[in-house]
Design a protein around this ligand. Structure first.
Ligand code: SF4
Length: 427
């Protein structure tokens, strides 16, 4: 780590943060990065010199433990510390990510639009302008190279780069699995299949396409191109998302090919971060019909694997209301297999999603407890249940959101599985 005072800037190169993701109630910067500090902001850059985090300093900034993060999809997220205890009970993390795009959040007071946050987001552009003037006089090569990369990565280039990411995988990642919170959503997406089996009426993240697996050639092409795309910053990653909405339906051969090739080509064993993670979605049918060998294979991969299954409801009227074309018997069968897989495979956790909202049919919540409480004798620490808020018109006001949060805590207390709220994040 080298530090350079330059005019009113302090530039620190090659900072090394913790190597393991942790659940903590203070800001942590994982991986390797470089930093530019001014009197009112700290801006941190990934190994490609792209802005990644901004934190304000001083009274104008809302809270000393809060920060902004830019994703590879070029979205800004504001990490709010909130009331640590409640936030953890709701989301399983000690912060709340406010998104700069519409989602299903039931936490209000989004800070985007506030003066301090707006200023911070513009501040690194001002810093770039200043650096541009300073570069010609800078001698140390490492410093000059870093600043040149920062100047090159202006807003336009970052926007183009996020477009390039979506072009390489041939699609937008409209939703990441809720389990990817364990790595702060820092995943490299590799698409093994498009579309989904059901195209449910209620769903806002679906592409509307029928389910179609990618070819092995396409998957290998993505991985090779993504390696070039992430470049130097690849060593800050240790997690893969196999997209899109039902990768589990793609079957053992494609999943093995994608997971093993990504591990090898991205050289994940050389990642700065410890451990390797694989995240994917599955469906009621892929959970029921996947061959046992697929789970044996996943369990033997060098990853800790999280599979998230959209069950939505254990009540036939609710499934009908949601226009989800699966029977309640199949939902129950899928849930039984989830419990079984979680019990038998040490390196796999299958989690499930259910909807959560104000005007759902009266059978929905009792039927949910039938699965998450009555089916189990004892509490379990594996097999998280995520409740995904349905943000229809009646849910936008503060009191409705508060009422829903109270309802959530009641369900959580009764559930014998870890239970959290699902905040839909894209990439
Ligand atoms: S809920 Fe899942 S299966 Fe249904 S349309 Fe959305 S992505 Fe597809």
């Amino acid at each position: 780590m080298e530090s350079y005072p330059l005019d009113n800037l302090i530039i620190t190169l090659n900072k090394e943060g913790p190597r393991e993701y942790q659940k903590v109630s203070f800001p942590i910067r994982y991986g390797c990065f470089s930093e530019i500090k001014t009197s009112d902001t700290i801006s941190q850059f990934n190994l490609n010199g792209e802005i990644k985090f901004i934190q304000g300093i001083g009274e104008r900034w809302p809270h000393p433990a809060e920060w902004l993060k830019r994703t590879m999809g070029n979205d800004w997220i504001y990490y709010s510390a909130g009331d640590y205890k409640d936030i953890y009970d709701y989301f399983g993390e000690y912060y709340f990510p406010f998104l700069s795009y519409p989602s299903n959040s039931i936490i209000g007071n989004n800070p985007f639009g506030g003066d301090a946050v707006n200023y911070a987001m513009k501040s690194w552009q001002l810093i770039r302008g200043k650096i541009k003037e300073l570069i010609p006089g800078i001698k140390p090569k490492g410093l000059k190279d870093f600043l040149t990369r920062v100047v090159k990565n202006d807003e336009k280039n970052l926007r183009l780069k996020s477009g390039q990411l979506h072009h390489l995988i041939d699609g937008q990642v409209t939703v990441l699995p809720p389990d990817s919170r364990h790595v702060d959503y820092e995943v490299i997406p590799v698409i093994v299949a498009d579309g989904c089996l059901y195209n449910c009426g209620f769903c806002r993240v679906k592409t509307g396409q029928d389910f179609a697996p990618r070819t092995p050639k396409n998957i290998m092409g993505q991985i090779k191109n993504l390696k070039r795309f992430y470049g130097k910053d690849l060593r800050n990653y240790n997690a893969i998302f196999l997209g899109q909405h039902d990768a589990l339906s793609a079957g053992r051969e494609l999943i093995e090919l994608a997971a093993n090739s990504a591990h090898e080509i991205f050289e994940l064993e050389r990642s700065y971060l410890k451990g390797t993670f694989l995240f994917l979605f599955g469906s009621v049918d892929s959970m029921i019909h996947s061959e046992e060998k697929l789970f044996e294979s996943l369990n033997s991969l060098p990853f800790l694997t999280y599979i998230n299954i959209g069950l939505e409801s254990n009540d036939p009227t609710t499934l009908e209301t949601l226009k989800k074309p699966v029977s309640v018997e199949r939902v129950r069968e899928a849930f039984s297999r989830i419990l079984d897989i979680n019990r038998r495979y040490e390196k796999i956790e299958v989690t499930s999603n259910f909807v959560f909202g104000k005007d759902l049919p009266p059978g929905h919540y009792p039927s949910l407890l039938e699965l998450t409480r009555n089916r189990l004798n004892l509490s379990r620490n594996k097999g998280t249940v995520y409740l995904s808020p349905l943000m229809d018109e009646g849910m936008r006001d503060k009191e409705s959101k508060r009422e829903l949060l109270r309802g959530f805590l009641k369900l959580k207390t009764l559930s014998r599985l870890p239970t959290f709220i699902y905040l839909i994040q894209r990439l």
